[in-house]
Write a protein that binds this ligand. Structure first.
Ligand code: SF4
Ligand code: SF4
Ligand code: SF4
Length: 423
């Protein structure tokens, strides 16, 4: 194994290959506070890319209800349990958060690649610690939909005691929308004995070559997010392709400009913002202060990687749901979860404006600009003063053209009485 720097862990990490970083990296931010579990994203992906016999289990995008739901069933609990067995009580964080090199401090535990060096998982010696889900675990993709965490023991029928306030609820659930993270250190790629999986140098998209794949399912075993899927009818594995024709500007709707993927563009809740990140030769994000993804991940630090401790350096980032107990969020999103929720619960002026960019246009926004507006509201949030300004945010595409212009307060359109109750 070679040693490569993983900035999400703040340290070097073992990986079977030397790092090779793309010039631009496909990345996305999901605001989990806004997801309504409508599955429009899931169906947008499905109706675009998967068809014919065998497509029933091809959920490249899925939305599951946490904490009990998951596709395949309990995928995260099972991998976390394997890591715990490999390194009992060792999955901790320390060190000091630094800038882009180590924004979450340092991970003390073992990643799936490091754990596999000394610990045999259920499938024996492997390049990454993992497991192959049984067939029944791929059934019922939306199991436990809308199931909340139960009442406290012995407190029948009690959801609220009174006095609870955001950001935490005693009885809670949230929707976790997921797709392949197009990881910087893809476990699927590391595990494939056929070298059928590759990461594109132009945009970091991870693809499975359908001609080379023989369906050994080593990628399914190794991917900690279980986002490589086996299709029995073709006997090959499939996964999200990041809608690469849209990234390349080949969708006629984009008129040559890179477009957000189908699942991003179809999102009813406007929870998704996707883009391409400029990387330096060491794989760190190049400073790009007014790129909205850069701002959310590295400046406001409200968007965090999903299970960074797995070690694949996923390129999907999440704004954690503010009503969920912090220990759960810390395990899922790492040590940045507390600061992220606090920041989101009482957002500053710039964050409020950048959140307006989500879902506004199908083309990829590479830069934004703010125009100050008047103060419209003042209050206190969690004991701190909070002011709402009706600023304007303008978003630009790769070629500098203006693609979004909107205010923090969304305009209200009143329907003339003449048309009331008419269609
Ligand atoms: S999420 Fe899984 S399938 Fe996607 S690149 Fe990462 S390891 Fe591979
Ligand atoms: S990016 Fe495209 S291929 Fe991937 S899950 Fe979304 S719609 Fe499907
Ligand atoms: S379309 Fe958006 S709001 Fe609906 S389930 Fe998907 S991510 Fe959530």
């Amino acid at each position: 194994m070679s040693q490569n720097y993983n900035w999400q862990l703040g340290r070097d990490m073992a990986f079977p290959y030397d790092a090779a970083f793309p010039e631009h990296q496909f990345a996305f931010v999901f605001n989990l506070n806004r997801c309504i579990g409508c599955q429009s994203c899931t169906m947008a992906c499905k109706s675009t890319w998967t068809f014919s016999r065998g497509q029933e289990n091809m959920w490249w995008n899925n939305v599951e209800t946490k904490p009990y739901g998951g596709y395949p069933h309990h995928w995260d609990v099972k991998t976390l349990d394997l890591l715990e067995q490999a390194n009992p009580a060792g999955q901790t964080w320390g060190g000091n958060p630094e800038d882009r090199r180590a924004p979450y401090g340092r991970f003390n535990g073992k990643t799936i690649f490091e754990a596999a060096e000394t610990f045999l998982g259920p499938e024996g010696a492997n390049r990454a610690l993992g497991y192959l889900p049984a067939d029944e675990e791929w059934s019922a993709p939306n199991r436990y939909e809308d199931h909340p965490v139960a009442n406290e023991k012995g407190v029948a029928g009690q959801y609220f005691k009174g006095g609870e306030a955001l950001p935490q609820h005693k009885t809670w659930f949230f929707y976790l929308a997921r797709l392949c993270n197009h990881c910087s250190y893809p476990a699927c790629l590391a595990a494939c004995p056929r070298n059928a999986i590759y990461k594109r140098p132009e945009d970091g998209v991870v693809l499975i070559d359908q001609e080379r794949c023989r369906g050994y399912r080593k990628c399914l075993e190794a991917c900690p997010y279980k986002k490589s899927l086996y299709r029995g009818t073709t006997r090959t594995s499939e996964k999200c392709i990041a809608c690469y024709p849209r990234l390349e500007g080949r969708d006629p709707d984009g008129r040559g400009l890179p477009m957000q993927t189908r699942c991003m563009a179809a999102c009813i809740g406007h929870i998704r913002l996707q883009g391409l990140i400029d990387l330096d030769a060491q794989g760190a994000w190049k400073a790009d202060r007014y790129n909205p993804l850069y701002y959310l991940v590295h400046v406001a630090k409200v968007a965090l990687p999903l299970y960074p401790q797995f070690g694949t350096e996923p390129n999907g980032y999440y704004i954690p749901p503010r009503w969920v107990p912090r220990p759960y969020l810390r395990q899922m999103f790492g040590p940045g979860a507390d600061a992220a929720v606090d920041q989101y619960a009482a957002p500053d002026r710039e964050l409020l404006a950048v959140l307006q960019l989500f879902g506004k246009d199908h083309r990829i926004c590479t830069r934004y600009e703010l125009k100050p507006g008047p103060k419209v509201f003042e209050t206190t949030v969690q004991g701190k003063p909070f002011a709402l300004y009706n600023d304007t945010i303008i978003g630009y595409a790769k070629d500098g053209s203006r693609i979004v212009e909107t205010t923090v307060e969304e305009p209200l359109h009143l329907r003339p009485a003449l048309h009331a109750n008419s269609i």
